[in-house]
Ligand binder design. Structure first.
Ligand SMILES: NC(=O)c1ccc[n+]([C@@H]2O[C@H](COP(=O)([O-])OP(=O)(O)OC[C@H]3O[C@@H](n4cnc5c(N)ncnc54)[C@H](O)[C@@H]3O)[C@@H](O)[C@H]2O)c1
Length: 326
C-alpha cells in the first residue's frame, strides 16, 4: 500500500512520513512548500511539489505512484491569521480538501483517507471541567476551527457516498520533535513562543491569569509529535484492516497542564529563571480544553507515551539548532 502524505514536508507531516517509513509503509509526499522544508523528507521518499488545489496534479500523483491511501495534513494553521484572512483559509483548507477528495474519488485508487483535524473545532467546551469527548458539541471560535469542522463533514460525507474509509484526527496542542532537524520552525505555539522570549532574555508572557483554573492560567492538553505521528500509523492500519470505517478521534494525553506550569517546566529544563509577565486575556482563548483519549485507545489501541518534559527537551534541541546562541 502506498500513502500520499499531503503536507509531508511540514512539521507534523514529516514526522508522519518518518513514522510510516519506520513502520514499513511506502509513502509519497505532496506539498507546495509554502511552509514545508524539502530536507525534512527522508531519502527515498518521492516529493511531488504542488498545491492540493491543483486537482489535475494531485490526480496525476495518485496514479503515477499507485496511491492506495491518503493522509491529508496540508493546510494553513494560524488561528489569528485566519481571523484576518478568512477567505484565504476557506480556500486553502476547505476548497483544497474538496479538490483533493474529488481527485481521490475520480481516480478511485485510494480506499483510505486520514484527515488532520484540530481541537479548535470545540471552541470553548460547554463541559465545565474542560474534558472533551468526541461527542462534545463543536462550536469553533475562529475561521481556522470552522475550516477543520467543515473538513470533517466533507470527509465523512464523501466516505458515506463512496465507501472511502475515513478518520478525522483532532490534534490537541502539539510540541516536541523526533530529532532536532524535524522541529517546528514556526513560533505560533506556546513552547517556541516561550523559547523566543528566553533567548532574547525577556520574560515570557501569560495571557490572562484570572481564568477559573487552579493557577488562573489557561489549561491545555499537550501531545508529543512522535506520539501524534504514531497515531497516524495506527489510524492508517485501522482503516486498511476494516474498510468502510468512519472514525473521529481526539489525539491528546487526557492530562491538562496550565500555561504557567509549562513555563515553569521550560525554565527549569532549559536552565532559565525568567518569571512570566501577565498580559491581558486574548479573545477566544478557552479556559480549559483537555482531550478524553479513551476512544482513540479503544479504536486504535493507541496511547501517548511521552510527557511534557520530553516535548520541551526535544523542542529545545531543535530550537538551539536554529538559534545556536540560545
Ligand atoms: N501544529 C499544531 O499544533 C496543530 C494542531 C492541530 C492541527 N494541526 C494541523 O496539522 C496539519 C499540519 O500542521 P503543521 O503544524 O505541520 O504545519 P506546517 O505549516 O509545518 O505544515 C503544513 C504543510 O502543508 C503544506 N501546505 C500548505 N498548504 C498547502 C497546499 N495548498 N497544497 C500543498 N501543500 C500545502 C506546507 O508547505 C507545509 O509543508 C495542519 O492541517 C494543521 O491544521 C496542527
Amino acid at each position: 500500500m502506498t500513502w500520499l502524505i499531503t503536507g509531508g514536508a511540514g512539521y507534523i507531516g514529516a514526522h508522519v512520513v518518518h513514522a510510516m517509513a519506520e513502520a514499513g509503509e511506502r509513502t509519497v509526499v505532496y506539498d507546495d512548500l509554502s511552509s514545508g522544508i524539502p530536507d525534512r523528507v527522508p531519502d527515498g521518499v518521492p516529493l511531488v511539489v504542488g498545491s492540493v488545489l491543483d486537482g489535475e496534479r494531485v490526480a496525476r500523483a495518485l496514479t503515477d505512484h499507485e496511491v492506495t491511501g491518503v493522509v491529508h495534513l496540508a493546510a494553513k494553521k494560524q488561528v489569528a491569521e485566519s481571523v484576518e484572512r478568512p477567505l484565504h483559509y476557506y480556500r486553502e483548507n476547505v476548497e483544497g480538501l474538496r479538490a483533493l477528495l474529488e481527485a481521490v474519488t475520480a481516480t478511485g485508487s485510494a480506499s483510505s483517507f486520514v484527515f488532520s483535524s484540530s481541537a479548535a473545532v470545540y471552541g470553548t467546551p460547554s463541559t465545565g471541567a474542560g474534558l472533551v469527548t468526541e461527542d462534545t458539541p463543536c462550536l469553533p471560535m475562529s475561521p481556522y476551527g470552522e475550516t477543520k469542522l467543515a473538513g470533517e463533514w466533507m470527509v465523512r460525507a464523501t466516505g458515506r457516498a463512496t465507501g472511502l474509509s475515513t478518520a478525522s484526527l483532532r490534534y490537541f496542542n502539539v510540541a516536541g520533535a523526533a530529532r532536532p532537524e524535524l522541529a517546528d520552525t514556526g513560533v505560533s505555539n506556546l513552547v517556541p513562543m516561550v523559547f523566543e522570549k528566553l533567548t532574547a532574555n525577556e520574560p515570557p508572557r501569560v495571557f490572562g491569569d484570572d481564568y477559573p483554573t487552579p493557577d488562573g492560567t489557561c489549561v491545555r492538553d499537550y501531545i508529543h509529535v512522535v506520539d501524534l505521528a504514531e497515531a497516524h500509523v495506527a489510524a492508517a492500519r485501522a482503516l486498511r484492516a476494516a474498510p468502510g470505517r468512519d472514525l473521529t478521534l481526539n489525539i491528546g494525553r487526557g492530562e491538562g497542564v496550565s500555561v504557567r506550569g509549562m513555563i515553569d517546566r521550560i525554565n527549569a529544563l532549559t536552565g532559565h529563571d525568567l518569571a512570566p509577565t501577565v498580559a491581558p486575556r486574548r479573545p477566544g482563548d478557552p479556559a480549559n480544553v483537555v482531550a478524553s483519549a479513551d476512544r482513540a485507545a479503544a479504536e486504535l489501541g493507541w496511547k501517548a507515551r511521552h510527557g511534557v518534559d520530553d516535548m520541551i527537551t526535544s523542542a529545545w534541541a531543535g530550537w538551539r539548532r536554529l538559534h545556536p546562541g540560545a
